[in-house]
Structure formats: C-alpha cells, structure tokens
Design a protein around this ligand. Structure first.
Ligand code: HEC
Length: 533
C-alpha cells in the first residue's frame, strides 16, 4: 500500500456523484484546507472575533496587578451575594476541593510557559484566590477550560472539561470570598500535563529555527521534519509535537509528504533565509496529506499496537506552525519545535504484521447566502464564485463539486436569507474497522458542527457534537470506547453558520466553500484502523 492507494480511498466518500471524479483529491483539499486550518488557529490573533472578555475576566487582569486591598474591594464590589447573608454551609476547602480542580484542568496551560499564561497566571494559591471572580466567570460560561465537544458526543479520551459539580465548587468558593487553607505562596502543580510519549524512537528537530523578530503578528511557517530509520518505508505509530517557544507557538498542522515531492520542498525551504518557509495560502506539495493537528494541551497521538500510518520510501513530515506574536510583547529566541515519533521500519520483523490506518476525509456543502438586508455585487453566487476562482484557481470552485457530490444545488440554500445557513451531507465510510479519531473543521462564522454515524437508524451514534463552534479550539477527538464502522456506513456531517459572526467591515458577499478565512468549509476527518471481515 502506498499513498496513492490511500488517496483513492479518500475519494470514495463522494464517488457516488460522477462529477466527483474531477475534484482534486488530497492535493486539492490540502490547498483548500491549509489556510483554513491556519486561520482557524488564530484565536489569540483575532481578539475581536473571540468571545468578548467578560467584565469579570477583565477584572482578573486588573486584580492580578493590583494591591491586595484593591482586589478585596473589587471582589466584594462584583460579588452579588455577600457571604455573610448566605445560610451556613460546609466551608469549601481550597486544599482538598479547589486545588485538585485547578491542578487537573487549568494548571497545564496557566503556569510555566503554558499558552494561557500571557492572559492569566495561576502559579500559586494566592493568585488563584485573587483571580477567583474571573475563574468563576469563565468556568460558568464554559469558556474555560476549552473543550468545545458537548456531552451529546461519545466519550473521549483526555477529556479535560469540568463536571457541573466542579463548576459549582469553583463558583461557591468564589462566592464564599475565596478562603485559603494553605499559604498564599503554596504552589500550584499541574496534574493535567498532556500525556507525552515517554520513550520515543526519535525526537526530531525542525530543519532550521524560526526567528520571529521581523515576522508579522501572525506567521504561518512550514518546516520539514525527517523521519529517521524509515527511509526505505515503514509505519508511523506515534506522534507528539513538542513546542519550543510555547508563548508564540499557537497551533500546528502536520502533513505527511511523499518522497517524490522532496526536491520541490527542499527548493522552497532553501529559498528563505529564516528556518522553514512562509506557507500561508498554499499546499506544501501535491502529495501532502493532513494527518496531524496540534493545539495547546493536546496529548500525544499513539496508535494502537500493530497499527500506524503507512510511509513510502523517502516520505517525510511537513509541520505547518502558526506563530502568534502578541503586539508589544518581547519576541522570544528563535523557535525550533520538535516532533517526537515512534516508527516501525519495513525491515523490522514486526512490520509484516502491521496494519495501515486510513485517514478519510469527509465533506459537506458550505453555502451561506447574503441576509435579506445585505446587498452588493458579491451577494450574487456566481460573482462570489468567480472571485474565489480568480484568487485561488480551480480549487476556488471546489464548492460546486461538493455541492453536486452531496446531491444539492445552490437553489437548496437560496432561501437561507436570515443570516443562518445549515448544510448536511451523508458521507460513506470507506474502510471497515475501528474508529481511531475524529476531527471537525469550519472557519470563523461556523456556529455548530456535528458528525453522526448511521443517522436515523437504531444504531445512530453521535460521533462529535460541537453546539457552539469554537474557531480557536479545534481538537482531534479520540473516542474512549471502541466504535466499529463498516464500509458503506453513513456518516452525516451537519454544519451551520451565523453571518452575524462575520467581520462587519467586509463587503457583503455570498460565502461559499473556498480557502480564505472569510470563505467557509464543512470538513471532517475520520481515522479508521481497518479490521478484517
Ligand atoms: C488547553 C489550555 C487551557 C486550559 C486547559 C485552560 N485554559 Fe484558560 N486560557 C487559555 C488560553 C490560551 C487563554 C487566552 C484566551 C483564549 O485563547 O481563549 C485563556 C484564558 C483564560 C482566562 C482569561 C479569560 C479572558 O477572557 O481574558 C481565565 C480567567 C482562564 N483562562 C481560566 C482558566 C481556568 C479557571 C481553567 C481551568 C478550569 C483554564 N483556564 C483552563 C488556555 C487554557
């Protein structure tokens, strides 16, 4: 088996429609998805798109820098129910009730060099107590910890979301005046550190380091990672991205690239002075397949014993990293993030018995007409499509093929003029086997996402439900229980969009499937470990 064979499998989902034959496969998708994923990652960058900071959260930033007296004043000022009027209840212990929650669900990102530390640090008990108003606010709203999947989804490994009881505990502790039964400087130690690969076969540095001194606020950088020991072919059995400069490494997307594209990639890499090359808006190589996504806090990907991603001779990895440099903050030293992997070479005795995983792409239409109160030349679908093609070439028109492949026409969406658009598409599972992971993807105006196995049947299983699409936190979800899928099983993708999330400064336009941030997608991946039978 090589990539080409797998690529064909990836097409199968939409093969029912003849027009699908003309749709570029992974290469085209890569081209389309690439900037999408990047931009999807730029939560910290696009602060005006992010959920508005609550007053309480704003108070946190203020309180952390203020003197204790001011904090006490501001805390009691914002507290609606003073503790003294509350009926007597068992006091909440910081040490035995609050600290374990903070350490297991927040600390990993909010101490050390974690990604949340540029917003708020939770290094010790005293700081946590001062921040309790903000903590209580963000856990009540569900903003923190970031875990967009709802409980309608199947259970997932590494689920770091809070239970209702845990939220209640944090809120009640804040309302009781955030009392401490430990010293102020009692350190918070993360117990939710992502699960790392403890004994990787190799920890690969990127080919070059990226110095962000002259970089734009958001830089999308491709870097080559060699896969040692499998030059003649083999399997990739585990992966773990290890960010170097954690305060600026925001998100990463990993592509497996065929050895046949090596010369072209080396040329790109050599053309720029700084480590890697700017790769916003284009596909790293025709053979590139997206196989890995990393967001802060994510654990290592470790495939089941005896399974892995198939590597052809000379195959290598290209990691596309989104760097975000906060305005006004010091630029850290050059970043050289690492990639820890486990591999099995074809020459190894166990290789013969290995099973190659299938990463299957699933698609749905993205058609979001202008609201009835919006007007302009680009509200015409043909004009919007022509513009996408002018910008991105033939892949700009991929939306048409997807529409046809899913059995729809533009007229089916023409009535969605109240600013909310929805679409759905039944994709078919290509390979019988066990589901390893699922991943959903939309852009900035996505409002919900759902993936359902065998919908409207007694066997229906909601694989992934994201009731409020969160552009900033796109995670790869690994089902905790074994879910067996069969070739031909239906996976229904349901996507929705809300035009009120669109940047009001943009010219009114019919939004359709294309690769820019302001275009949209309804995209999913399912990784399946094939089983016989
Ligand atoms: C996976 C990493 C991660 C985890 C886990 C996490 N946070 Fe955050 N947190 C962030 C990032 C990143 C930000 C910056 C804003 C953003 O990107 O949403 C943030 C922002 C915040 C803010 C400031 C919000 C604002 O609007 O300014 C608070 C308060 C906060 N987190 C509290 C918590 C608490 C309490 C927990 C645990 C219950 C937690 N966080 C878990 C990454 C994380």
């Amino acid at each position: 088996m090589n990539h080409d064979t797998e690529n064909h499998d990836n097409h199968d989902t939409l093969d029912r429609a003849p027009s699908r034959r003309r749709v570029p496969g992974w290469a085209g998708l890569g081209l389309c998805l690439f900037p999408a994923v990047l931009l999807a990652a730029c939560g910290l960058a696009s602060s005006d798109d992010a959920a508005p900071a609550t007053d309480a959260a704003a108070a946190v930033s203020a309180t952390v820098e203020e003197s204790p007296d001011t904090i006490a004043a501001s805390t009691s000022a914002t507290s609606t129910t003073p503790a003294s009027t509350e009926p007597a209840v068992a006091p909440i212990s910081f040490a035995s009730q609050v600290e374990p929650i903070i350490e297991s669900t927040c600390a990993n990102c909010h101490i050390g060099t974690g990604p949340g530390t540029t917003h708020i640090r939770l290094d010790n008990a005293g700081i946590v107590a001062k921040a309790s108003v903000g903590i209580s606010s963000v856990v009540s709203s569900g903003e923190m910890p970031p875990w967009p999947a709802s409980d309608d989804s199947v259970a997932f490994d590494h689920d770091w979301s809070l239970t209702t009881d845990q939220v209640d505990t944090l809120v009640a502790w804040h309302e009781a005046g955030s009392p401490l039964d430990v010293a102020d400087d009692h350190p918070i130690e993360p117990s939710n550190a992502g699960v790392r690969l403890d004994d990787p076969d190799a920890i690969i540095p990127s080919n070059g380091a990226f110095d962000g001194t002259d970089a734009p606020e958001d830089e999308y950088r491709c870097m080559v990672y060699e896969l040692p020991g499998v030059e003649a072919g083999g399997f990739l059995t585990a992966m773990d991205f290890l960010p170097d400069q954690e305060t600026v490494v925001h998100h990463a997307v990993g592509f497996l690239v065929s050895g046949a594209d090596r010369a072209a990639i080396d040329e790109l890499d050599a053309a720029e002075e700084n480590g890697g090359w700017t790769c916003f808006g284009f596909n790293p190589a025709p053979s590139a397949k997206i196989v890995y996504g990393w967001a802060p806090g994510q654990s290592a990907t470790r495939y089941d014993e005896g399974t892995g991603l198939r590597l052809g001779p000379g195959d290598f990895f290209v990691m596309q990293t989104h760097y975000h440099f906060d305005d006004g903050l010091e630029v850290p030293p050059p970043d050289q993030s690492q990639f820890a992997v486990n591999v099995v070479a074809d020459t190894a005795p166990e290789a013969a018995a290995m099973t190659a995983l299938n990463v299957q792409v699933m698609l749905g239409p993205a058609e979001i007409p202008c609201r009835s109160d919006e007007s302009g030349p680009l509200c015409n679908r043909d004009a919007a499509l022509a513009e996408a093609v002018a910008k991105y070439g033939p892949p700009g028109a991929l939306g048409n093929a997807i529409l046809g492949g899913c059995g729809f026409a533009p007229e089916d969406f023409a009535g969605m003029t109240d600013g909310i658009a929805t679409s759905s598409c039944d994709n078919q599972i290509a390979t019988t086997g066990d589901l390893v992971s699922v991943f959903g993807h939309e852009h900035e105006i996505g409002s919900s996402f759902r993936m359902t196995l065998n919908p409207d049947t007694p066997e229906e299983v909601v694989l992934l439900d994201i009731p409020e699409w969160d552009f900033d936190w796109q995670l790869v979800y690994e089902p905790a229980e074994t879910i067996t899928v069969e070739a031909g099983d239906v996976v229904r993708l349901e996507c929705s969009w809300d035009r009120s999330l669109r940047d009001p400064k943009l010219e009114p336009a019919y939004v359709l499937w294309s690769e820019g941030t302001n275009d949209e997608m309804c995209f999913a991946m399912a990784t399946v470990s094939p089983v016989d039978g």
